[in-house]
Ligand binder design. Structure first.
Ligand code: ATP
Ligand code: MG
Ligand code: MG
Ligand code: MG
Length: 436
């Protein structure tokens, strides 16, 4: 992408409406544009990050054996009347009437719909276990949309739904997602602590929220310092090994970690004082095991091995994909702007041409740009060097390849690592090797 032709609109001023760093930086770096309260358009750089986050989430869901589908955003009210949630859900649900006066709604979540879809195909115990997920826009009419995409009204969520023959199977599916979540957040360079959580309107008993520690988070959190050194990826854990996965789950969840909603003062008092950590955090994921809460009222039942009907045990598993973009910036920024982790950066590098029009500089920049292709943004604008540095720092590309007449004459690129500020002089080939 050549900056001279790109739609990457950066702002010099700090937008007054933005209260936290990630929201300010998303607006200033031209990632999003608000179109209504809590509703955003994603601009090219923002969309690239959103897609990369989405892709990591997808790969870890697939790896855990879940299968991707795509359900619609608009749902019929009838399904929600069957589960009893149509009235319970309250004002957060956006209700719509079509031209035939049929009651519809913009889905805030999909338990009812996925149960109904699964019901039309699953007939016997051979059709279970299954885990279906989709990555789709949701709408919740939040009372106070704020902090940009962190609490939007329209937001992108990954939601998975597991169906099992019995409680043990359901708990295994739950732990598979638990492991997948730890791996997902770790790949993004985030530490998301699993905390015992309230199940809210989704229902059920077993539930964990995945919380990224951040001062601007909306949840109060209490956790054992042991979580600062936990094995997050479970590299040696086999997703299909029931006992091994259970042991891993128990090891990770043995220490105290709870949000303020679930905080238990008596259990907290037993944590050695030196290990007690209190703070704030951002909920980026939430998993639930709720048994037959939806399968029973919606009439999902399959023939068991003995021919008798079995009502499947279900769980649901959400990740706030668009919220994660904000959370990633909360965790990775400084005074000058965003510091994208490599795994989610919109482009790996920016090539900064310090003297457009100088033949040797132009040639070297073009050469590097041709070799990096879609991995780089090329700042070929006829702007001042200071402006180019400031924009590159603001947009947060992990690498800046700085090329001016002196470097071009010597065949050298000045490579700056955004995260550390470290600068090295290297050949074009070495620059490419580093950036990739
Ligand atoms: P919150 O407590 O922040 O309101 P929730 O508990 O209502 O979230 P869930 O029903 O657990 O949300 O949905 C799964 C995930 O979807 C959440 O963990 C969060 O990451 C994301 N999410 C929920 N509401 C929003 C929102 N308004 N904007 C962006 N992401 C959201
Ligand atoms: Mg909510
Ligand atoms: Mg919550
Ligand atoms: Mg939740």
């Amino acid at each position: 992408m050549r900056l001279s032709r790109a739609f990457l609109p950066t702002l010099k001023e700090t937008p007054a409406e933005a209260q936290i760093a990630s929201h300010r930086l998303m607006l200033r770096a031209g990632l999003i544009r608000q179109t209504s309260a809590g509703i955003y358009a994603w601009l090219p750089a923002g969309l690239r990050v959103l897609r990369r986050v989405e892709q990591i989430v997808r790969e870890e869901q697939d790896r855990a054996g879940a299968q991707e589908i795509l359900m619609p955003t608009i749902q019929p009210a009838e399904l929600w009347k069957e589960s009893g949630r149509y009235d319970d859900y309250g004002k957060e649900m956006l209700r719509i009437r079509d031209r035939h006066e049929r009651e519809m709604l913009f889905g805030p979540t999909n338990e009812e719909m996925v149960t109904d879809i699964f019901k039309s195909f699953a007939k016997s115990y051979r059709d279970l276990p299954r885990n279906l997920y989709h990555i789709q826009w949701k709408f919740r009419d939040e009372v106070r949309p704020r902090f940009g995409v962190m609490r939007g009204r329209e937001f992108l969520m990954k939601d998975a739904y597991s169906f099992d023959l019995d409680k043990e199977g359901g708990e295994h599916s739950y732990r598979q997602m638990f492991l997948a979540y730890l791996r997902t957040f770790q790949r993004m360079g985030l530490t998301a602590v699993p905390m015992r959580a309230d199940t809210g309107p989704i229902g059920g008993k077993l539930s964990h929220e995945f919380i990224i520690l951040a001062e601007t988070g909306e949840s109060g959190v209490f956790y054992d310092a042991a979580y600062e050194t936990t094995d997050w990826a479970g590299a040696d854990v086999d997703n299909d090994d029931v006992e091994g996965l259970k042991a891993f789950f128990e090891r990770v969840t043995t220490n105290y970690a709870a949000t303020d909603e679930m905080h238990d003062a008596a259990a907290w008092a037993e944590v050695p004082e030196a290990r007690r950590r209190e703070g704030r955090g951002i909920e980026v994921g939430h998993i639930f095991f709720f048994g037959t809460k939806y399968s029973a009222p919606l009439g999902l039942s399959v023939a068991g091995q003995d021919g008798m009907p079995v009502i499947p045990e279900m769980g649901s598993y959400g990740i706030g994909v668009s919220r994660l973009v904000g959370a990633l910036i909360e965790a990775n920024h400084d005074e000058a702007g965003i510091r994208w982790p490599d795994a989610v950066a919109p482009w790996a590098a920016a090539i900064l041409n310090l003297r457009p029009g100088d033949a040797a500089t132009d040639a070297m920049c073009e050469d590097l740009y041709a070799k990096l292709g879609d991995e780089a943004v090329y700042d070929d604008r006829s702007a001042r060097a200071g402006e180019k540095f400031a924009d590159a720092d603001l947009m947060g590309f992990p690498w800046q390849a700085i090329i001016g007449p002196r470097g071009a004459a010597a065949g050298k690129v000045e490579l700056k690592r955004r995260a550390t500020g470290e600068r090295i002089e290297v050949s074009l080939e070495d620059a490419i090797a580093k950036i990739r």
